[in-house]
Design a protein around this ligand. Structure first.
Ligand code: PAF
Length: 283
């Protein structure tokens, strides 16, 4: 695996590869890697000649400075995992490489309601920061395919919207959520949970499965309230939201109608670790 720290040298290298007809798949990350990331690397390797990954903890997407400070950093193990997974190129930029003009006057992306609902309602400015960094990374890597994980479902919609607003020519491929045997979605933030908290956190998955199994038999608002109670009664300290919303636009749904495509989405906190997860729950 070749490691690049400078955007200019990476771009030059990739242009030369494109000129000899090699296609590029890109897996952006913030490090603290797990199987969720390496499964995206494997996905990219199946369909692209070259797989590029990046590790950059993007300051502009953290609405909570404490969360930014505590974000896990495991660079040595990340490099080993990426190499083992067959990643061809790792981009490890500094803040200056990504934000050469600093943080003043950031671009404003008109991503509509997605910016203000669910994650957006609880993490002000988060999705603008995600758009900024992903647009910049795409301009450097210029991949044919961008690989993202389903666990951050709202993020995949936001990035697709940003790509259409900016006319970037790239296909977005969404890989399914990787889970531990307990059902807990793999997440970099799991590293900050104690063994006891890890056990409690599996309740998210159990609740999502319960909702999927009971989606046709109870009113949606009752299911949402029951899901929140279950999380709070089984070890979660707070639940930002547990919502059953429509696909693909994440609009609230009051009554289940035939052929509704629905997804249950949630964000809940144990101690000071905030976890998100989702599951398609329509039959
Ligand atoms: O999902 C993430 O890890 C980040 O939001 C991303 C897409 C790498 C942008 O910083």
């Amino acid at each position: 695996m070749i490691i690049f720290k400078e955007s200019n040298s990476l771009s030059k290298y990739l242009v030369a590869q494109r000129n000899i007809g090699r296609t590029t798949g890109f897996v952006p990350t913030m490090g603290a890697l797990h199987n969720g990331h390496t499964s995206l690397i494997a996905f990219s390797k199946k369909t692209c000649d070259l797989t590029v990954s990046s590790i950059f903890i993007n300051p502009t997407q953290f609405n909570n400075p404490d969360d930014f400070k505590k974000y896990p950093i495991t660079l040595n193990s990340d490099i080993i995992q990426l190499d083992k997974a067959g990643c061809d190129i790792l981009f490890l930029p500094t803040v200056i490489e990504i934000y050469p003009h600093g943080f003043n006057n950031p671009p404003k992306y008109d991503i509509g309601e997605l910016e203000f609902v669910l994650e957006g309602a609880h993490r002000h400015g988060h999705f603008q920061g995600v758009c900024q960094v992903v647009e910049r990374l795409l301009s450097i890597v210029a991949p044919q395919k961008l690989f993202l994980g389903q666990k951050d479902f709202q993020q995949t919609l936001v990035i697709k919207k940003m790509i259409s607003l900016t006319n970037i020519n790239v296909d977005v491929v969404v890989g399914s959520t990787e889970r531990l045997p307990s059902g807990l979605a793999m997440s970099s933030r799991n590293m900050r949970l104690s063994n006891q908290e890890l056990e409690k956190a599996t309740m998210i998955y159990q609740v999502l499965v319960y909702i999927k199994e009971h989606i046709s038999s109870q009113p949606l608002n009752q299911l949402e309230a029951y899901a929140k109670d279950l999380l709070l009664n089984h070890g979660f300290d707070s639940v930002d939201y547990f919502s059953i919303v429509s696909l693909p636009d994440l609009k609230p749904v009051d009554i289940l109608e035939h052929n509704n495509q629905l997804i249950a989405v949630t964000a809940a906190t144990i101690g000071d670790v905030r976890l998100i997860d989702n599951m398609v729950v329509s039959k």
